[in-house]
Design a protein around this ligand. Structure first.
Ligand SMILES: NC(=O)c1ccc[n+]([C@@H]2O[C@H](COP(=O)([O-])OP(=O)(O)OC[C@H]3O[C@@H](n4cnc5c(N)ncnc54)[C@H](OP(=O)(O)O)[C@@H]3O)[C@@H](O)[C@H]2O)c1
Length: 307
């Protein structure tokens, strides 16, 4: 089978097609773009795709971005870590800032970067995950690039790290921790919709910084009730104070669990993760409930045999 011809626009995908967002980006751009994909480990989703060229590399240590930018129309950065010490974030932020400067020098037409919504001040100023991420955001804003910084709230998709983990926990233990009063909000957005947003933002001009919420703003405890309902169970909560919730997640961190990090709980409790929906997509953003139903079907008890 021959590869796509030269008419295909070229995308440098930093972070690759193996992660949660990356897999949706491949679906969105895979058929009509030539993708040069830089990341560290082989990604099953990319293998065998004729229009994806994997460049094995770490964005923190790429010595020279220029050859990777040759012929590129759009740079899209997804690379980041969910958790870790500053010695991981600082080199990655520095590597991405070198990419920004190289993209300016190469005259890249559009630069799209995935970031995160606002977080509580204590996290914005004290958590390397966020402090370094904002360094990258600000470097893009200070550049001469035409850019879109897209800041989605919590994403959902098969194999995500939040809703599917929550469903699995409820299916296993039949109860779930409730952090504080559950009165804060979330507006989950499908990873597939984020990919459509990226596509749209790649085609728009100008310099844009957009926070992207999903179509519904849920009160957290209504969302967790919906998880129980999708599994056919009555809600049962282990109630924790906000302080107790953060202590529990810190404890989980210290024993090496990747289930939930303390900063994620603090962020959730701050009520900053329920931004309004992203406007401008047609068809509109996908609601979360059908996703919960289909994912929960994997965990639901089989109904007793009839007859
Ligand atoms: N998941 C969410 O709910 C959510 C919400 C808001 C924003 N975001 C943002 O969306 C972006 C993608 O998140 P995700 O959930 O898709 O993360 P993910 O599943 O962990 O994927 C991240 C990808 O980045 C690559 N990567 C990590 N460090 C790298 C490095 N130093 N050099 C090159 N590639 C590197 C990894 O591939 P290799 O291991 O092969 O290098 C991986 O495929 C991140 O910027 C994240 O902050 C995610």
């Amino acid at each position: 089978m021959s590869g796509p011809g030269p008419a295909f626009p070229r995308l440098l995908l930093v972070g690759g097609g193996g992660g949660l967002v990356g897999r949706s980006i491949l679906e969105e751009f895979g058929g009509t773009w030539q993708i040069r994909s830089l990341h560290r480990h082989p990604a099953a989703a990319e293998s065998g795709l004729p229009n994806v060229e994997w460049v094995a590399g770490d964005a923190a240590t790429v010595p020279d971005w220029q050859p990777l930018l040759h012929g590129v129309d759009l740079v899209l950065n997804l690379a980041w870590y969910r958790f870790g010490p500053d010695r991981r974030f600082a080199p990655l932020a520095a590597g991405l800032q070198r990419l920004i400067r190289a993209s300016e020098a190469a005259g890249i037409r559009r630069f799209v970067h995935i970031s995160v919504p606002d977080a509580p001040r204590s996290l914005e100023t004290g958590l390397p995950y966020l402090v370094r991420k904002r360094e990258v955001d600000h470097a893009i804003e200070a550049s001469s690039l035409a850019y879109a910084i897209v800041r989605p709230t919590m994403l959902f998709a098969p194999r995500d790290k939040l809703l599917t983990v929550m469903l699995r926990t409820i299916a296993r233990y039949h109860r779930f921790p409730m952090f504080g009063d559950g009165d804060y909000h979330l507006s989950p957005i499908a990873a597939r919709d984020l990919a459509r947003i990226v596509h749209r933002e790649a085609e728009l001009g100008g310099r844009r910084n957009v926070v992207a919420g999903g179509p519904e703003r849920w009160r957290y405890r209504d969302l967790t009730d919906a998880l129980f309902a999708a599994l056919g169970r009555e809600p049962r909560y282990v109630r924790l104070s906000p302080h107790g919730s953060i202590r529990l997640s810190r404890f989980l961190e210290t024993i090496g669990s990747t289930l939930l990090y303390a900063y994620e709980v603090e962020w959730l409790l701050s009520d900053l993760l329920g931004p309004p929906p992203y406007e401008g997509l047609d068809p509109p953003l996908a609601p979360v409930r059908p996703f919960l139903e289909s994912e929960a079907a994997r965990w639901r008890r089989p109904s007793p045999a009839r007859g």
